[in-house]
Design a protein around this ligand. Structure first.
Ligand SMILES: [Zn+2]
Ligand SMILES: [Zn+2]
Length: 295
């Protein structure tokens, strides 16, 4: 996708690597530093090469939303990382202690094998939560000792609203969701880049079964940031046409599914309608079960 000839002359190729077996990337090094590898301070990994391969792979699978396919894979890898290699990564541990996890990802972590790794994560995260609660507890005591006490109405509602919102801050974050959202934004950016610059990919996009509504919105939000105005307009118009046709197809399937329950239609062929409920649901709402490791 990106050849070295297009890259600024001050860089040379340091090496080409596979990251996590599937992501192939080229690492470039500033030319003048070649002889002093220990002094490397400017290494560039081309984002196009890190992200184009997974995006292409997702569009080679037959699914209702290739971005859901990517997100499932990413979610599974991030959860494995959280209870695996990340245990030795102070930066990630610091973030997970501060941000914590959402209910869905706590539940997925709990279903994984390593209860020791999970307990170590929980132990240090709970320490962080208790520190934050201690600070809040001091604030609430300050209100109690204020003139009139907590039950004096003036100011209490406002104060508790602030306490409540700070409690939200303690439990709202999720280090897994943050990582997924950040990477999905990069995937969306690269998908649009490929759509605008790679005819073969554009063909794949046109032949695909469209996207779920959540990822349709992600591409809608990303288009004006990643493409020039005219290209963004062209992309959005083509994506909306595609989605219209794909949702019509899905509607036909789900409607046919309901008709099959009428005894008069018992001999009607299922066609593509047999798994219509899950496909319709996931088209509207994005994937609900991560079956990536079962593929
Ligand atoms: Zn999706
Ligand atoms: Zn989460």
């Amino acid at each position: 996708m990106c050849s070295f000839s297009k890259f600024p002359q001050k860089y040379v190729i340091l090496g080409q690597f596979f990251i996590k077996h599937t992501i192939y990337c080229t690492v470039y090094l500033e030319r003048k530093q070649c002889e002093w590898y220990n002094d490397i301070h400017e290494v560039i990994i081309l984002k196009e090469q890190i992200y184009t391969i997974p995006v292409n792979e997702a569009y080679d699978t037959d699914c209702e939303c290739p971005l859901c396919f990517l997100e499932k894979k990413l979610e599974r890898e991030t959860l494995d990382y959280t209870l695996g290699a990340a245990m030795m990564e102070p930066d990630f541990r610091e973030n997970s202690n501060k941000e914590g996890f959402c209910n869905k990802h706590f539940s997925m972590l709990f279903d994984m094998q390593s209860k020791l790794a999970l307990s170590l994560v929980l132990d240090t995260h709970l320490e962080e939560i208790r520190k934050k609660l201690d600070a809040l507890s001091k604030s609430s005591k300050a209100l109690k000792s204020a003139k009139g006490g907590l039950f004096k109405k003036t100011g209490a509602a406002e104060f508790t609203a602030s306490l409540s919102s700070q409690l939200d801050n303690i439990s709202d974050g999720c280090v897994v969701c943050s990582k997924i959202n950040h990477t999905m934004e990069r995937y969306a950016d690269v998908l649009l880049y490929m759509w605008a610059n790679d005819e073969k990919f554009k063909e794949k996009f046109d032949k695909s079964k469209g996207l779920c509504l959540k990822h349709m919105k992600l591409l809608t939000d990303t288009a004006p940031k990643s493409l020039k105005d005219a290209q963004a307009a062209q992309f959005l118009s083509s994506m909306f046409d595609k989605q219209k046709a794909e949702l019509t197809r899905i509607q036909e399937d789900i409607h046919k599914f309901t008709l099959k329950f009428d005894y008069r239609n018992k001999d009607m062929e299922w066609g593509t309608a047999q798994d219509a409920p899950i496909r319709t649901l996931e088209k509207i709402s994005g994937f609900i079960k991560n079956d990536f490791d079962q593929k």
